[in-house]
Write a protein that binds this ligand. Structure first.
Ligand SMILES: *Cc1c(COP(=O)(O)O)cnc(C)c1O
Length: 430
């Protein structure tokens, strides 16, 4: 091979670094080596691949679209996207144009769906990066028509119908006109029609009825399109993780799973449905949040470590300092709600308020805890496990917010990446 060609190829493959510490596997490895403090999130990519496989099998013959917005729910977008593809995801979805661009810059191929209509200034970027637009206004359709004309080839788009989420999308009665506007443009094609379910994770009869009502409204839109335009879009999709698991009729041709991909289920009703449908296969949490003890001190009963001097030690004992805090996504409220971390395979409560950069841990009379010991804030150690669901229950939130809250200051260390011949490959379709 001509040397110049090889050089150029290497240069083209070199990813453009995103504007923050978020990155793919390369940056994580670099950060791991040059870490200035021992605190990191370990991302088990084999768990992502496994979870994608479990979900893909569960919804088959519907296809799996892996939702990797918000940097893969805090796990790291590009690496997660590739691991999900290796497990059988045939498409990806993101919230922002920037997120889609980051995936492309890290060499992620295949369809990437934008989950909301982008701003008009972003249209050319969307088209240039081969991102699939979601549209629900005539203005946006016109902009994409012009971009397609400039590009000189056909662009597939998805139309979103609002059947009750009331966040984005067009009302059902506007859909035929929007689909007509797309079809009238020779370079635009309606590839997909979709909607979104706000209470598919609900346990009440009301929630179930609401979801079934949404699906009926969606079916009515599809029927109206068939009547008025003589055709339905190729890909219909409605289900998030909860919908995909708890409502088989919501699967249509494709499901959009986020939280399940990361190893979590959104609520007990979905868990029950999952256990019934998954044939004994379990999802595995992919992220663990880890650090090391940097110092220990022995304090007398009655001492009150950390800001506010909020709680006296009940006994003389060892308090360990760990370099991770609320600036990293370890919320202050964990202290008042009695959270623990794992050291030496045991649960140890926080000894005082979470600070911006550090926590203090009550190790009781265990004199064996020493600097360098591994601390698990989320994840497994020995027989113990702390999940994002456990934090979410303490904090009155959901696992999603816990995972997305882990800050950009925490390096993501990617482990167990898919091998070169894993999964179904990733055909470059853009
Ligand atoms: C985030 C999102 C999803 C994924 O939801 P999960 O509950 O994480 O599976 C699916 N569809 C849309 C429109 C979303 O915004």
């Amino acid at each position: 091979m001509v040397e110049g060609v090889r050089e150029r190829r290497r240069a083209v493959r070199q990813p453009i670094p995103p504007p923050s510490a978020w990155a793919g596997e390369r940056d994580a490895a670099a950060l791991a080596q040059g870490r200035s403090r021992p605190a990191w999130a370990e991302i088990d990519l084999a768990a992502i691949t496994h979870n994608a496989g479990v979900l893909a099998r569960l919804v088959h013959p519907a296809r799996l679209c892996a939702v990797v917005k918000a940097h893969g729910y805090g796990h790291g977008g590009p690496a997660v996207a590739k691991a999900a593809q290796a497990g059988g995801a045939s498409g990806l979805a993101v919230a922002l144009v920037d997120e889609g661009m980051e995936l492309r810059q890290y060499g992620v191929h295949g369809p990437i769906l934008l989950l909301s209509e982008c701003s008009t200034d972003a249209v050319e970027t969307v088209v240039a990066h081969g991102l699939r637009a979601t549209l629900y206004s005539t203005g946006a359709i016109e902009h994409f028509g012009r971009a397609a004309a400039k590009l000189g080839h056909e662009i597939p788009v998805h139309i979103k119908v609002d059947t009750g989420m009331h966040r984005v999308g067009a009302p059902p009665d506007e859909i035929p006109a929007l689909v007509r506007a797309v079809s009238d443009d020779p370079l635009l094609r309606v590839e997909g029609l979709w909607t979104h379910l706000p209470v598919a994770d609900g346990e009440s009869a009301d929630d179930r009825a609401f979801t079934l009502g949404q699906l009926a409204a969606f079916d009515d839109v599809v029927a109206a399109l068939a009547r008025t335009l003589g055709a339905a879009p190729d890909v219909l999709h409605a289900a998030n993780t909860a919908g995909a698991i708890a409502f088989p009729t919501a699967r249509y041709g494709m499901v959009r799973c986020g939280i399940g991909l990361y190893g979590y289920l959104p609520g007990p009703a979905v868990r029950t449905a999952f256990d019934a449908a998954s044939g004994g296969e379990a999802l595995r949490p992919a992220l663990s949040l880890r650090a090391r003890v940097v110092s220990v001190r022995t304090l007398e009963a009655g001492e009150r470590p950390s800001y506010g001097r909020l709680r006296p030690l009940s006994h003389r004992g060892v308090v360990a300092t760990v370099p991770i805090g609320y600036a990293d996504g370890v919320p202050r409220a964990l202290f008042s709600h009695g959270a623990s971390v794992l050291i030496g395979g045991h649960r140890r409560p926080l000894a005082g308020m979470v600070t911006m950069d550090q926590i203090v841990v009550d190790c009781g009379e265990d004199g064996s805890v020493a600097p360098g010991d591994e601390v698990v804030l989320l994840g497994r150690q020995g027989d113990e496990e702390i999940t994002a669901d456990e934090w979410a229950a303490l904090l009155g939130t959901i696992s999603y917010e816990v995972l997305c809250g882990i800050g950009p200051r925490v390096p993501r260390i990617m482990v167990n990446p898919p091998g070169p011949d894993a999964g179904n490959g990733t055909p470059p379709t853009h």
